[in-house]
Design a protein around this ligand. Structure first.
Ligand code: GDD
Ligand code: MN
Length: 371
């Protein structure tokens, strides 16, 4: 099947010709492929070289972009203009193992995405200093934690994807920094359809890496963005609204009860209990409708969980509010009272997230889902 190989370049004049030759060798007798060089108008004239290579072999195409827009966006543009049914991305500096290109492409017989990995058996990194290894491992861990992307090397710049899959997810991509594969895997969302192929990351032969602090910053932003789009789900918003309704219920109940011959303290306790009960009931029929408890027994058990989790949330709320207050006092000139107000906002935010996550996993866990 026709394959397109995307080579993003920025100042790779000394590497590009070797890389194109290595691709040619790797593809062997096959002729059904093209190379797309996406160059951001490199000052060293990489694009001129690419043009010459294209004159010698029309399978080498060039897209010269005039303002530098970065690696991920170069990759997306290259993928978008590719003619192949199978699309592959690799660096032009030969740090990836070009000889594995046929394996990555062949993996698409069954997989929808295939990833060159440094972290599966047989893979590795030949010459990175300890700090870059550490940074890479940390970035991978955080990605696993926040995104539920399961491949061992979501930071890889060496991967292949079926054309149809790319076309489906292309509109969602926000290509920033280096981590386009992470975005692709996130939106693809089917880890069982991703294959991994081991390779060893080579030392750079010529030129320099363009990985800068800006790239790392971009990585953090991309992660937060992707993670929050998952976290700030419709369900979480519903949960938050129910919480707000609970405030109204509590005020209303307190004012109604207090006018009767109840003591202030008793009326308050009853108002809090009413609000908690109302929150539970609304969450049960609205927020967690798909997993709702039916019948007296199931609801009583659910309410018990809900109250226990709210209690733990209250403790967290208290501790975080005080911690945040101390922190605010250190970094600002606010008064102690104002700082506590800020602290309470932080405490409420933490407690809300805590309560939501626990309720989602325990009170309304999937296992209880009635079939
Ligand atoms: N068009 C374009 N525009 N290309 C760029 C740009 C840019 O702004 N920045 C970098 N490139 C090209 C480089 O010329 C090279 O071909 C490739 O993108 C990778 O850039 P490097 O600067 O060499 O990255 P690296 O070696 O530090 O990291 C690479 O390997 C890691 C391991 O797989 C990248 O591919 C990382 O994404 C990857 O994690
Ligand atoms: Mn490199």
């Amino acid at each position: 099947m026709y394959a397109s190989i995307i080579l993003p370049t920025y100042n790779e004049r000394e590497n590009l010709a070797n890389c194109v030759e290595a691709v040619r060798q790797a593809m062997g007798p096959r002729t059904d492929w093209e190379i797309i060089v996406v160059d951001d108008n490199s000052p060293d004239g990489t694009w001129e070289l690419a043009e010459q290579l294209g004159q010698q072999d029309p399978r080498v195409r060039l897209y010269r972009r005039i303002d530098r827009k970065g690696l991920s966006s170069a990759i997306v543009d290259g993928l978008a203009m590719a003619a192949g049914q199978r699309l592959l991305v690799t660096d032009a500096d030969m740090q990836h193992d070009i000889r594995k290109i046929p394996d990555l492409l062949a993996a698409l017989d069954t997989a929808e995405v295939s990833v060159g990995s440094r972290y599966v058996g047989g893979g590795g990194i030949s010459d990175w200093p300890a700090h870059r290894r550490f940074a890479s491992t940390m970035a991978t861990r955080v990605c696993h934690l926040l995104l539920r992307v399961r491949v061992t090397d979501p930071m890889s710049g060496f991967f292949a994807i079926r054309r149809g899959i790319f076309e489906r997810i292309a509109p969602q991509l926000n290509p920033r920094g280096y981590k386009i594969l992470m975005e692709i895997l996130h939106w693809h969302g089917k880890p069982e359809r991703v294959a991994e192929i081991a390779y060893v990351f080579n030392p750079r032969r010529a030129g320099e890496s363009k990985l800068s602090s800006g790239v790392i910053w971009d990585y953090g932003l991309s992660l937060l963005e992707l993670a929050s789009r998952r976290f700030i789900s419709a369900r979480f918003l519903k949960y938050g609204l129910v919480g707000v309704s609970g405030v109204g219920v509590q005020f209303l109940a307190f004012n109604l009860l207090w006018k009767h011959p109840l003591s202030e303290s008793l009326a308050l306790a009853a108002a809090i209990a009413t609000a908690a009960l109302s929150n539970y009931l609304i969450n049960n029929i609205w927020t967690f409708h798909d997993r709702r408890h039916r019948g007296f027994g199931a609801m009583l058990k659910g309410l018990a969980w809900f109250l226990a989790i709210s209690g733990s949330g209250a403790i967290i709320n208290h501790a975080v509010s005080l911690d945040a207050k101390t922190w605010v006092l250190q970094v600002s000139s606010l008064t102690s009272e104002a700082a506590l107000n800020v602290g309470m906002v932080v405490g409420i935010m933490f407690a809300t997230a805590w309560n939501y996550l626990l309720n989602r996993s325990f009170t309304w866990s999937f296992q209880d889902k009635p079939e």
